[in-house]
Design a protein around this ligand. Structure first.
Ligand code: NYM
Ligand code: MG
Length: 243
């Protein structure tokens, strides 16, 4: 059985605390002398990443299909180096991955010009955003990431969109509005079921609304276990999405 680094992904809604936790985690891995590397998607430093950055800041308009493919291409740019690092025994920690790609794109709906219906508080009538048809089919959103290296562990930091929206810095970029984030959260839940059904590594949901330190400890427990499995050869070779 090959010994290798663990591929760990942190996912969540915007402002769920991913980036903070990722940098704390890399520090803990360092302190434990576990060779590790932190990467982040979108990687805004490459030419493709710069285009994505400009799109996210609403400086550029890009067709929804095209931007989805660019997000995926931005991962493919790093795919072989991820595998190389894992095989060299380096634990790769990744802040967002293909699951964000699917969740944020498949949750897009056509902007509605129609005025919103007035719904009384506590009413069971579904709000408009739940009935609007998706712009991009789910299976289409999934396909460009097929065959990317599969994570061994995905930690999903779950937070209510309403709580996230109150955190500092929220709302500056495209997609950072509660309605979209509600749909993204539903999509993540669907993705987690598929990850489990298809055995694409482990998917762990942690409460991102807890105290920072508590979340950090919970993540650390999961990651330490994944690292151990890698060192002891239990993870096997690097798998691919969605083999
Ligand atoms: N995002 C991220 C996508 O729409 N597709 C993707 O494939 C990825 C990786 O970009 N709102 C979205 C999610 C975020 C935004 O990410 C920027 P971050 O982590 O806030 O820089
Ligand atoms: Mg963000």
């Amino acid at each position: 059985m090959p010994r290798r680094g663990a591929f760990v992904v942190i996912e969540g809604l915007d402002r769920s605390g991913k980036s903070t936790q990722a940098s704390n985690l890399i520090q803990r891995l360092d302190d434990a002398q576990i060779p590790s590397k932190l990467i982040k998607f979108p990687d805004r430093s490459t030419p493709i990443g710069k285009l994505i950055d400009s799109y996210l800041r609403s400086e550029t308009e890009v067709d929804d299909h095209a931007i989805h493919l660019l997000f995926s291409a931005n991962r493919w740019e790093l795919a072989s180096s991820i595998v190389k690092d894992l095989e060299a025994g380096i634990t790769v920690l990744c802040d967002r991955y293909a699951f964000s790609g699917i969740a944020f794109s498949a949750s897009k709906v056509a902007p509605s010009d129609a005025p919103k219906p007035v719904v009384a508080e506590g009413s069971s009538i579904a709000p408009t955003h739940q009935t609007a048809p998706p712009l991009l089919p789910y299976s289409w959103c999934r396909s460009p990431d097929v065959s990317l290296p599969a994570p061994d562990l995905t930690v999903f930091l779950d937070i209510l969109p309403e709580i996230a929206s109150k955190r500092a810095g929220y709302g500056n970029e495209r997609y950072e509005n509660q309605e979209h984030q509600e749909r993204v959260r539903e999509l993540f839940s669907r993705i987690s079921e598929e990850v489990e059904a298809e055995g694409v590594g482990r998917w762990v949901v942690l409460d991102g609304g807890l105290e920072l330190k508590e979340v950090e400890e919970a993540i650390w427990r999961e990651v330490r276990e994944a690292v151990r499995e890698g060192v002891e050869g239990e993870l096997g070779g690097v798998k691919r999405l969605w083999d």
